[in-house]
Design a protein around this ligand. Sequence first.
Ligand SMILES: NC(=O)c1ccc[n+]([C@@H]2O[C@H](COP(=O)([O-])OP(=O)(O)OC[C@H]3O[C@@H](n4cnc5c(N)ncnc54)[C@H](O)[C@@H]3O)[C@@H](O)[C@H]2O)c1
Ligand SMILES: [Zn+2]
Length: 374
Amino acid sequence: MVAERPVRRLQIPSRAGAYEVLIAEGACQPDAFAGDLLERAPHVAVVTQPNVYDLHGARLVAALPVEPSRLTVLTMGQGERAKSLRSAERLWRSLLQRGFTRDSVVVALGGGVVGDMAGFVAATLLRGVAWVNVPTTLLAQVDAAVGGKTGINVLEGRNLVGAFHPPRLVVVDTSLLKTLPARQVRSGLGEVVKYGIGVDEEVWNLCLTRLPEGACDQDVVGACLAAKARVVAADEHEGGLRRSLNLGHTLGHAIEAAAPGRLGHGEAVAVGLRFVLALSRRLQRCDEAFAAAAEAMLDRTNLVRSVPAGLTFADLEAFLQRDKKVSRRGLTWMLPVAPGRCEAVDGTPRADLTAAFAAVAGPVRPLGTARNCR
Ligand SMILES: NC(=O)c1ccc[n+]([C@@H]2O[C@H](COP(=O)([O-])OP(=O)(O)OC[C@H]3O[C@@H](n4cnc5c(N)ncnc54)[C@H](O)[C@@H]3O)[C@@H](O)[C@H]2O)c1
Ligand SMILES: [Zn+2]
């Protein structure tokens, strides 16, 4: 099949070697995968989930330059629980039993869970084999697919075991998003707005006219990826500029930890974005017009506006302290300052934090129904 729109190509420099990201509606077709990497590989293993394979597996397999005798399809389970050492071991062993060698290739077909797991298995098997990522959720397309982070969860926390192991190729086909459930679209939408508000002005301009319907459009996804690529290129390992990608995530992660399962990741990030906008406005880091336009953008997305009922700032504080961005000077907040731009601020007085929290506070539960969310 021919891609319906011109393919956007991004080159991502990385210490492990540059890799290409192809973005188009309909990008998952033979041209995208042509070349020695897959044509010469003794073995190619597609790692996916049964539901994703049912929807899009045939299309991928038809596009891969790999005849059936060299191709294996392996499936894994759903959700964070499947990003486990147990699943990794099952995949390592299945690949070895099928004669996987160092020049064989793993191809991930799925959302962030599949990408993180397939990438981790590729990073560790035989001390590292090549992998190709075909992300199928909005979150994975605009965020997880670029940057080279791979990993699994352990009981002590999420993504605590892993490796930087960039894929050799990423094929982003936005037509694969048409089958995505609404909740999964919302999860990616929170990230799209994050890029617009604090990371990239091109995304900001697109968000002003395209959201919410256009979140899965090739232009919007491409602009988000280009923004992430620019940040990652400047700063491959976690550090300064890369922190802008965490805009809205400090409070968002605390909400997810304090009230597990109540909000999706993108929804928690959207609440986090409202909070940092309120804080930025209060600390006079941004002008009123920008903050109002950013809030209006969030309103248009119809993402959740407040933390789950009954959750107070005090409830979230314990979780905020565990954030990676706590230093000796206290918690660092990334604050939006202008369209597509944010700045790190630390030493913020608690009174300002609690005042800004009023912008996202949920309804207080009536007496007797309050639950301890920890
Ligand atoms: N490596 C990184 O840089 C990075 C960045 C952000 C998030 N992540 C990780 O990504 C994970 C979350 O990823 P996610 O939000 O994509 O969730 P997910 O991978 O769990 O996918 C969500 C659901 O959608 C289904 N699905 C996937 N594609 C579909 C499609 N095209 N049509 C219909 N259903 C489809 C999946 O089977 C799953 O049930 C987390 O584990 C997170 O830690 C990694
Ligand atoms: Zn995120």
